[in-house]
Write a protein that binds this ligand. Structure first.
Ligand SMILES: [Zn+2]
Length: 357
């Protein structure tokens, strides 16, 4: 099952084997594993794909996981490219690549486990002898998360919405904050994760873990995938798994915590939303973000939704139908210097003009 890769330096004697229930991957080897975490109604195994790449040189063990929500596809490609397209001859440490955690949900193209619609990402660290979701989470957690030193779990927005690529991390924990900074995204939203999420439960088990939110469910968004790959490379540089690479600086960054101005703007009327902006756009206080109509509304009657403060649209609805109370967009306030840096990025000619003087 394991195979030595060609053209690599001999294993360093300090390196250790990666072991899981029923197998091991020695230093300088990689393995593609289909690991059984449950059984179907037919009694067949439910197996998740795992690629373990154990570097020739000693270093930290890092997990990369995706599709804990089965319809969130962007992260699958991020993890696949790291596992199979990147050169690992000079890897100092071990990568545990888990591109599809929720295989039943992925096959059904839905967010939750099809069995009683359980949320796998509220089931960690899992428990033996418990529900099907808890047993699957337990298998994943004990075999492939607990042996790691840190991890990155990739998500997208929920179906019908989209968001900018951003990090979610418990910034009160210094080691989690180090990882969040290393990923080099423009936006970090600091908060404790809900109980049962992979990032919170792994972090509680002293495995600093962050979540990456990127784009839409049911989509494959190349620009976001490439930005996430830059983030992974930056993390591998920070923790010296790729000691010759350097940490990437995203140009500007803002860390939003619970004390900062941020809000999900919600519809106060039902209807169809004509959205004027997209995620990643800057809006100023008083700008009309969207209008809401219905089939009987005349033009002068449409409801308008204005920005309550100047900020960045991090998340936004894609499916334009709303009940009162449904979210329209996730708006976050920015510090003045971040705002200026962002305005410069959005209008690059202004920066050039300044430099000419
Ligand atoms: Zn998700």
């Amino acid at each position: 099952m394991s195979k030595r890769r060609d053209g690599r330096a001999p294993p360093d004697e300090m390196s250790e084997a990666f072991t899981y229930n029923g197998g091991r991957v020695d230093p300088g080897e990689s393995a593609n594993i289909r690991y059984g975490i449950s059984e179907t109604y037919l009694g067949d195994p439910v197996r998740i794909p795992v690629t373990v790449i154990n570097g020739a040189y000693p270093g930290p063990t890092v997990f990369l996981s995706a599709a804990a929500h089965g319809d969130e596809l962007n992260g699958i490609e991020v993890v696949r490219e790291v596992a199979h397209d990147w050169a690992h001859e000079n890897l100092h440490g071990t990568l545990v690549c888990l591109p599809v955690l929720n295989v039943p949900g992925f096959l059904a193209q839905q967010r939750y486990l099809p069995i009683y619609d359980r949320d796998l990402n509220r089931s960690f660290p899992g428990r033996e002898g418990s529900t099907s979701a808890n047993r699957m989470a337990h298998q994943i957690f004990t075999n492939f998360i607990e042996p790691c030193d840190l991890g990155i779990d990739f998500h997208t927005s929920t179906r019908g919405r989209t968001n900018m690529l951003h990090v979610r991390a418990d910034m009160d924990r210094p080691e989690v904050a180090r990882l969040a900074h290393a990923f080099s995204s423009n936006i970090i939203i600091g908060s404790e994760g809900p109980r049962g999420t992979l990032r919170q439960e792994a972090s509680d088990a002293d495995i600093p873990t962050i979540t990456i939110e990127m784009g839409e469910a049911h989509r494959f968004q190349r620009e976001l995938i490439d930005r996430a790959l830059t983030g992974v490379a930056s993390v591998l540089a920070e923790y010296r798994l790729h000691p010759d690479s350097s940490v990437h600086w995203p140009g500007w960054r803002t860390v939003i915590d619970d004390r900062d101005e941020k809000t999900w703007l919600r519809a106060d009327v039902g209807g169809i939303v004509d959205m004027k902006y997209t995620s990643g756009d800057l809006v100023h206080e008083g700008d009309v973000i969207c209008t809401i109509t219905n089939p009987f509304k005349e033009e002068e009657e449409v409801d308008t939704v204005e920005a309550p403060f100047t900020g960045l649209i991090v998340g936004i609805l894609e499916n334009p139908v709303v009940y009162p109370g449904n979210p329209l967009c996730h708006l976050v306030g920015l510090e003045q210097d971040t705002l200026l840096a962002l305005e410069r990025e959005l209008e690059p000619t202004a920066g050039v003009a300044t430099e000419l003087f």
